[in-house]
Ligand binder design. Sequence first.
Ligand SMILES: C[S@@+](CC[C@H](N)C(=O)[O-])C[C@H]1O[C@@H](n2cnc3c(N)ncnc32)[C@H](O)[C@@H]1O
Length: 243
Amino acid sequence: MSEDNRNRRDDDEHTRKVSELFGRMTPWYDFQNRAFSLFLDCWWRRALVRSVVPGPTSTVIDMAAGTLDVTVSLLRRYPELNVYATDICEPMLLYGKERKLRPEERSRVTTLVADARNMPLPDQCADAVTIAFGIRNVRPRMDALREMHRLLVPGGRACILEFAPVSTPLFGPLYHWYLRRIMPRLAGLVSRSTSAYEYFADTIEHFPAPEAFGEELKQAGFPFVQHFSLTLGVVHIHIAVKG
Ligand SMILES: C[S@@+](CC[C@H](N)C(=O)[O-])C[C@H]1O[C@@H](n2cnc3c(N)ncnc32)[C@H](O)[C@@H]1O
């Protein structure tokens, strides 16, 4: 087997495991998000949605949409929008679809079980792609970034919300101690599984710093890239505009 094929097989295996992991944690996912971030996660997603600018297609793709928090936030801000909520994990999508959408919002949302690396949607079909806390799970990341670029109309925006390692002197070590030592234990009390939060800490600690991630977005074809930090650099919003 060639090295390329081996890498592809490992990446597919990783994707399958990630889907199973989120499938297992679906019932606790929202509760744990709110509890561990002290509800900051809702504010972070709303900040992401504020970076979206609807355009000629009136369509936004919410990649790795999970339980539809970003999808719902998009619709509450722009009720006329059509949103594709896509994710590899069907239980997450179903949970959000059944519990969070208002009756008048149902016809505006299409849920799709789809891999961010290979999206079953045509070129230039959306004004914006959002992805909140999803990109750090995707291997290889570049495939998903290229897909975002392909799906957007010229001038369209990829709006990405993601954690990154925190390197500031006092807060950084404290934050990583909380991530490594405290969060998995608290998660274990709720769901009797600590492995999801060990994985969670690993992916944050290995995600590139914002400047390096900006370079990846440029490599994926986006000429205009910017980012801003929220909550002492715990999360960043990256905005990449297609030329
Ligand atoms: C931490 S959750 C974020 C969910 C949601 N966006 C939110 O803000 O709560 C990460 C999501 O990424 C999804 N995911 C991971 N790899 C993916 C891939 N290759 N393609 C699509 N979704 C993926 C998982 O199934 C999971 O629902």
